[in-house]
Write a protein that binds this ligand. Structure first.
Ligand SMILES: Nc1ncnc2c1ncn2[C@@H]1O[C@H](COP(=O)(O)OP(=O)(O)OP(=O)(O)O)[C@@H](O)[C@H]1O
Length: 257
């Protein structure tokens, strides 16, 4: 069954077409990566899906329903988002931030129930922050911040996760930890990922976007080729298979030898 269908999506800002006729499907349970150069439209595409932007034309169908027709809370019950690093939560504690994720299930003046708090605690345990509930967000490390925001996304109980460069600013240890955590959730996931090796390691299939257009969709083996990396990033690369995990592995080369 399909989780998401995008048909002929176009999106413009100030008469400039940023997304040009985008169509693709995501199967239930798939982990899908979007790769492409800076400014190619990855974040803009995700923002059209999590409704920060409204498509100029085309259709987005989520769980067989037209996305634009869902009420805001209904949408939040279905889609959880980890956007690029945000400082909005500066002064809040980890527990307060994660609690906010329960808002789709609350009416305006309703307080958090015992059940909400239990869900928050269980989720903090899942991401390894059970001992950090009372710490202030601004004092967490980059990896802890991302884990707190993942926990906030998880308590929404949505079953579709959108990640916009989730490993930005994380060292390799935290990158792997975060991606393992997300992969283990087994949720349908759509993630914009800069690191081609991480994308190849975790994604079932990849969507390559360049200048607002999809230029290739397929498994990492089908998509990541020397020719494609040259075409879209302008770099020379060696593409091989890691002998241990059998995943595509890319080494990049300098243009000056
Ligand atoms: N609010 C905006 N106003 C004007 N132009 C915008 C706006 N948001 C995005 N753009 C333009 O749309 C294009 C796509 O940007 P987008 O952020 O989606 O790219 P991206 O692939 O996510 O890039 P990056 O890898 O650098 O994060 C860029 O040319 C960008 O300048």
């Amino acid at each position: 069954m399909l989780k998401l269908q995008i048909n002929n999506l176009k999106f413009s800002i100030d008469n400039e077409e940023i997304l040009k006729d985008i169509s693709f499907d995501i199967k239930n349970g798939a982990f899908v990566g979007i790769i492409g150069p800076n400014g190619s439209g990855k974040s803009t595409l995700l923002k059209n899906i999590y409704r920060v932007y409204k498509p100029s034309s085309g259709k987005i169908i989520l769980d067989e329903r037209v996305l634009s027709k869902l009420k805001e809370k209904e949408c939040a019950q279905k889609i959880a988002v980890l956007a690029q690093e945000s400082n909005t939560y500066f002064d809040f504690t980890v527990e307060q931030i994660v609690k906010m994720g329960r808002y789709p299930y609350k009416s305006i003046f309703e307080d958090y129930s015992k059940e909400d708090l239990q869900i928050v605690r269980q989720t903090l345990q899942k991401v390894g922050l059970e001992n950090d509930m009372n710490r202030t967000f601004s004092k967490l490390s980059g990896g802890e911040k991302q884990r707190a925001l993942i926990a906030r996304a998880l308590v929404q109980n949505a079953d579709f996760l959108i990640l916009d460069e989730p490993t930005n600013h994380l060292d390799i240890g935290y990158q792997i930890q975060l991606m393992d955590l997300v992969k283990n959730l087994k949720m349908t996931t759509l993630a914009a990922i800069h690191d081609i090796n991480l994308a190849a390691m975790y994604c079932d299939y990849l969507i390559v976007i360049h200048k607002g257009k999809i230029i290739k969709v397929g498994s990492p083996e089908e998509v990541i080729t020397v020719a494609l990396l040259k075409e879209i990033f302008g770099v020379n690369a060696y593409v091989g298979i890691n002998p241990i995990n059998k995943k595509i592995q890319v080494s990049f080369m300098s243009n000056i030898g």
